[in-house]
Ligand binder design. Structure first.
Ligand code: C2E
Ligand code: MG
Ligand code: MG
Ligand code: MG
Length: 280
């Protein structure tokens, strides 16, 4: 299409593409340095019961500041995956999150479950289950304290059988497993039966569109009904308004997460909020 608009356009287009590729290359180099220095940080976003607004746990989210500014995980996680950095980045996030939660527990706070996002390359790694168990015990926690979040596209991986096997091992050890961003990927419903899944996380795209349309409400209600019928619980992501919360409660959704309750928090903020009792 750029070609049809004339040679000049084509040249501008390819220059923009090259600039983009160079920018990504520079980010990849900087990210590799940050990972090896151990400066990837973790934010913790509280999760609550929809009905009672009781704290049930935290999701660990990677944070990276580059040249003084935060880079979005939506940008740097794919770069980490493409450049072979995701395993190291992921274990750093895991370690810092376990350290934070373990520390809070030792101070007497009840923190609930820690949810961690695990990328395809991590779960496929042969030593993953053993590494995870060792990390959890090292921080004085047990597998029951930790939930693994996987996006549904991981289930489509050509290594599906091995992944199912790893998940069964993890679950037998006491970890729980959540399917993240449900409804946005390409997995079919049959995957829900093939993999051991405890919780479904409804993507925030559905939550944000819910109040605008009957169809979205029907889909959300159907996801909740399906999950419950399969013996799974449901977490809604990205709850921003009281209207969304009321809808989700009416639909029987179990848990929620979003700016209405709390933004992702830095580690010291978590302690301060738990201390003041202002979570939620
Ligand atoms: P996710 O796992 O679905 O995480 C939820 C995202 O929604 C987070 O974005 C969170 O900050 C954001 N969020 C939470 N509540 C609200 C809300 O009310 N409104 C809006 N608009 N957004 C909300 P974040 O931190 O930018 O992370 C984006 C994605 O990057 C995550 O989506 C996850 O897929 C990935 N990611 C983050 N940290 C890690 C990590 O340590 N490892 C891996 N593999 N992926 C990660
Ligand atoms: Mg997640
Ligand atoms: Mg999600
Ligand atoms: Mg997401």
């Amino acid at each position: 299409r750029a070609k049809a608009e004339g040679r000049g356009t084509y040249r501008v287009f390819s220059r923009a593409m090259r600039a983009h590729a160079e920018q990504r290359g520079r980010l990849a180099t900087a990210l590799a340095a940050a990972v090896s220095r151990g400066t990837i940080d973790v934010a913790l976003q509280p999760q609550f019961t929809i009905g009672g607004r009781a704290l049930t746990g935290f999701e660990a989210l990677a944070r990276w500041r580059h040249e003084g500014r935060p880079v979005s995980p939506a940008d740097f996680i794919p770069i980490a995956e493409e450049n072979g950095l995701i395993a190291d980045l992921g274990s750093q996030v895991l370690d810092k999150a376990l350290d934070a939660i373990g520390g809070l527990r030792r101070k007497g706070f009840s923190t609930g479950t820690l949810a961690v996002n695990i990328a395809s390359a991590q779960i496929r790694h042969a030593g993953f289950a053993a590494m995870l168990q060792a990390a959890v015990h090292r921080h004085g926690l047990t597998p029951a304290d930790v939930e693994i979040e996987l996006t549904e596209n991981i289930l489509l991986d050509e290594a599906g059988d091995e992944i199912a096997c790893t998940l069964k091992t993890l679950r037998a050890a006491g970890f729980s497993i959540a399917l993240d961003d449900f409804g946005t990927g390409y997995a079919s419903l049959s995957h829900l039966g093939r993999f051991p899944i405890d919780r479904i996380k409804i993507d925030r795209g559905f939550v944000s569109r819910m109040c605008g349309g009957q169809d979205t409400c029907t889909i959300v209600r159907a996801i909740i009904g399906l999950a419950h019928a399969l013996g799974m619980t449901v977490v809604a992501e990205g709850i921003e308004t009281p209207e969304q919360l009321a809808q989700l409660q009416a639909f029987g959704c179990d848990f929620g997460q979003g700016y209405l309750f709390s933004q992702p928090l830095a580690q010291d903020e978590v302690a301060a909020r738990l201390r003041s009792g202002s979570v939620p």
